[in-house]
Design a protein. Structure first.
Length: 379
């Protein structure tokens, strides 16, 4: 059987033991994880989201028993071929006429406390598990797993660095596609092809926001035709074969920038640099957010910075920690997150985004394509 098992350093087998111990510390009797980032984090298995139940059960340590993975029989070969097949866990298939929820409950037996469910578990499965385990209160698995996932290992940082390098190569090609007369949708299609061509397994998003659309931070691509004088915000990302994500934004100008745009773009660059310079262990997430907002507010653009400064990234493009006012959590080495201030006054806007890792020495940028405003030929 052909297998696709990544570096064991990326999905180490002792994670299951550490998750079991973390569950006990969190007061959980077991974790129940359906397809999604938590299941992949613990096993490397990128299971498909189906109405048929796939569920990893991790009883809490030390006396809760061994983990097991329940899968539909038609998914059994894929489960064995995944990194989960190389772990010391029993993989239990169920047939179409079986009740997999009852199977999970039977294997777990009487539980001495609540169960932690995947934060992104479908409601269908939450309710079926509630019925199958009526004596077990349901809580979030992140109570146990957040502390593990938020601090990336060196192997995870290496995977994020590779993702950053791949998306940088795409941004380096973007100016060739920004020509007057083309539509945002056409440019986005070129970018999507390049994201795959540069090594990603999946395209997660392609924001191409031109002219007045650049003032909308989450603009969806449209059939608007690019024009000379347009600012174009390009925010793109995907998932690598490792499972780890990329996310990078650059702003381009077709032709020469209007003076008012050039002025606030300089402010934006200074703000992004100030936030990056603030990154070091012990600094709070909200302090990094404040470092980005300071120069923007001082220049009179504070009302046009309408979103948080950043979000964590890993097996999800958005995860903890969130770089936002009110988050007093101190940064720790291994935390990875975006720094992406934006100014959106209309009839244009701009954003600069890099993924940054907190290290013992400070911040490390994982995106290194130029942050200067790139002006492309308007003819």
């Amino acid at each position: 059987m052909v297998t696709d098992r990544p570096d064991p350093g990326l999905y180490p087998p002792d994670r299951l033991d550490r998750a079991a111990a973390a569950s006990a510390e969190a007061g959980l009797a077991a974790l129940l994880l359906t397809p999604g980032p938590d299941l992949r984090y613990l096993t490397g298995y990128d299971a498909p989201q189906l109405e048929r139940l796939t569920c990893l059960a991790v009883p809490a340590a030390p006396a809760g028993g061994k983990p097991f993975l329940v899968v539909p029989r038609l998914e059994l070969p894929a489960a064995h071929a995944s990194p989960a097949g190389g772990l010391d866990i029993e993989i239990i298939p169920w047939d179409e006429t079986d009740d997999p929820y009852a199977l999970v409950a039977q294997r777990l037996g009487a539980l001495p406390g609540p169960v932690g469910l995947s934060d992104r578990m479908w409601a269908l499965m939450v309710l079926r598990l509630r019925d199958a385990l009526p004596g077990a209160r349901q809580e979030l698995a992140s109570a146990a797993l957040r502390g593990m996932r938020i601090r990336k290992t060196p192997a995870e940082v290496a995977a994020l660095r590779a993702a950053g390098e791949a998306i940088d190569r795409v941004h380096a090609r973007v100016p060739d596609w920004l020509r007057p007369g083309r539509t945002e949708r056409q440019v986005a299609a070129d970018i999507a092809d390049a994201i795959i061509g540069e090594g990603h397994a999946r395209v997660d998003f392609t924001i191409v926001a031109s002219g007045p659309n650049a003032a909308s931070p989450h603009h969806e691509v449209s059939d608007r035709v690019l024009l000379a004088g347009d600012a174009v915000v390009v925010d793109i990302g995907g998932t690598m074969p490792s499972g780890y994500c990329s996310d990078c934004t650059r702003t381009y100008m077709i032709g020469e920038p209007p003076p008012e745009f050039a002025a606030y773009y300089r402010v934006l660059r200074d703000a992004q640099q100030a936030a990056f310079a603030a990154v070091r262990p012990g600094v709070t997430a909200e302090a990094v957010d404040a470092a980005a907002r300071g120069p923007i507010a001082a220049a009179g653009y504070g009302g046009y910075f309408v979103h948080r400064t950043g979000h964590g990234i890993g097996l999800e493009s958005h995860e903890d920690p969130y770089i936002v006012s009110g988050n007093t959590e101190p940064l720790e080495p291994g935390m990875a997150f975006s720094i992406e201030p934006g100014i959106y006054p209309g009839p244009h806007g701009a954003r600069i985004e890099d993924i940054v890792v907190c290290t013992e020495q400070g911040g490390e940028r994982l995106n290194n394509v130029t942050r200067k405003l790139i002006c492309v030929d308007a003819t």
